[in-house]
Design a protein around this ligand. Structure first.
Ligand code: NAP
Length: 353
């Protein structure tokens, strides 16, 4: 069976998603939505930096909703719940990097809207990515299967963000380039918090428990001088490094925690206004204390440049979703998390693409 897929938005993740769809033997790209008028009419393969695929990008939502397709790979920024509902009601499944990976507790209103639209359309919604959507929930749960007891589970993402060419993500979502006061109090901080509490909720659900108390800590460092990044300049005195800790306590059960250490400098961090320690610049670590206890480290090849590492992290984000499209299309209608879907693997793929 071949599933017909529409790519929605062609930013950093969306472009790599087109590459992943083109390589996947069970998927066929049949449409592309772009926000940027300058991309309208361009071939999807050309936008994605590969050979032409014979599919032109459009800004015409109605035309895409009317198209015969099985699934939309939804990657815009900002995303819109009402737009997602319209796609679902047009009888197209959605796989997305835009959140709602386990939304039931943190986003009950969006859950009700999206679940209703899934039922009306007879289709499913699955959200994933690298983090959230992978390293904060799916992979620790997989490794938890080695344990007879879990006391503590800490996931850490180390992100060198200098090469992430996405101003909206860097300055609006990830809170870089803001004053310390803005970064500590913004609406987006609340969204980030609930998004990573979602990850903890999914781990708890996978372990058969529920979180009794949530906790949060946010440390920042400011730029001592202007720092040039792919997304723009971080001006002197603005946020240039952040350490987020989100945790959940289960009474009589484990401590669950996910951390993000995002920086805009290289080790040993000479351009920040205060001492800043970090054991590494990028990659991920899963730390489990229990019986047994162990660490899982995920690294890129040592010789990779920062730019290549950023690109590969984005491909992990895109591919994790694209590889989930067949299972999402086959699932019974509704919001589907990794706890509902079968194991997601790569397909060996079309290696020539
Ligand atoms: N879970 C994870 O691991 C993970 C990791 C990274 C990103 N994400 C999420 O994935 C999504 C895409 O991230 P990205 O890195 O690809 O971001 P990006 O490079 O900024 O791309 C976002 C795209 O959205 C479209 N867009 C721009 N303005 C828009 C508007 N006003 N309304 C609707 N669409 C607009 C544009 O598409 P066109 O260029 O086609 O016009 C733009 O390229 C984001 O929602 C982000 O939060 C998740």
């Amino acid at each position: 069976m071949t599933y017909r897929v529409i790519q929605w938005a062609t930013g950093n993740v969306g472009k790599l998603s087109i590459q992943a769809i083109a390589r996947h033997p069970e998927l066929e790209l049949v449409g592309v939505w772009v926000h940027d008028e300058a991309k309208v009419g361009r071939d999807a393969g050309e936008i994605a930096g590969i050979a032409p695929l014979g599919v032109s990008a459009t800004h015409d939502v109605e035309a895409l909703l009317a198209l015969d397709a099985d699934c939309v790979m939804y990657c815009p920024l900002p995303w819109q719940v009402d737009e997602m509902c319209r796609i679902l009601e047009s009888r197209k499944n959605i796989v997305t990097t835009c959140g709602y990976h386990h939304p039931y507790i943190q986003f009950p209103e969006a859950t009700a809207e999206l679940e209703g639209a899934c039922q009306r359309g007879g289709v499913s919604l699955h959200s994933s990515g690298s983090n959230p959507g992978g390293v904060s929930e799916r992979f620790p749960l997989t490794f938890s299967g080695w344990c007879s007891r879990i006391d503590k589970l800490v996931i850490t993402e180390f992100g060198d963000c200098r090469h992430y060419e996405a101003p909206g993500m860097i300055f609006d979502v990830m809170l870089f380039g803001k004053t310390e006061a803005e970064a500590r109090a913004g609406f987006m901080l609340e969204i980030l918090k609930r998004c990573f509490y979602e990850s903890l909720d999914m781990v708890a659900a996978g372990l058969g428990v529920a979180i009794d108390r949530y906790g949060f800590e946010h440390q920042v460092a400011l730029a001592r001088e202007p720092i040039t990044t792919a997304a723009g300049v971080i001006e002197t005195g603005m946020v240039a490094a952040q350490r987020f800790r989100y945790w959940g306590e289960v009474d009589g059960g484990p401590h669950l925690e996910t951390r993000q250490v995002w920086v805009m400098d290289e080790l040993p961090f000479t351009r920040f206004d205060r001492p800043w320690e970090s054991e590494r610049l990028d990659g991920w670590k899963i730390h489990i204390e229990g019986d047994p206890s162990f660490d899982v480290n995920i690294d890129f090849p040592a010789h990779y440049t920062g730019r290549q590492r950023t690109r590969d992290g984005m491909m992990a984000t895109a591919a994790h979703c694209v590889n989930a499209i067949p299972a999402t299309c086959r699932a019974a209608p509704g919001i589907k998390t990794y706890l509902d879907l079968p194991m997601i693997t790569a397909r060996a793929g079309r290696r020539s693409v």
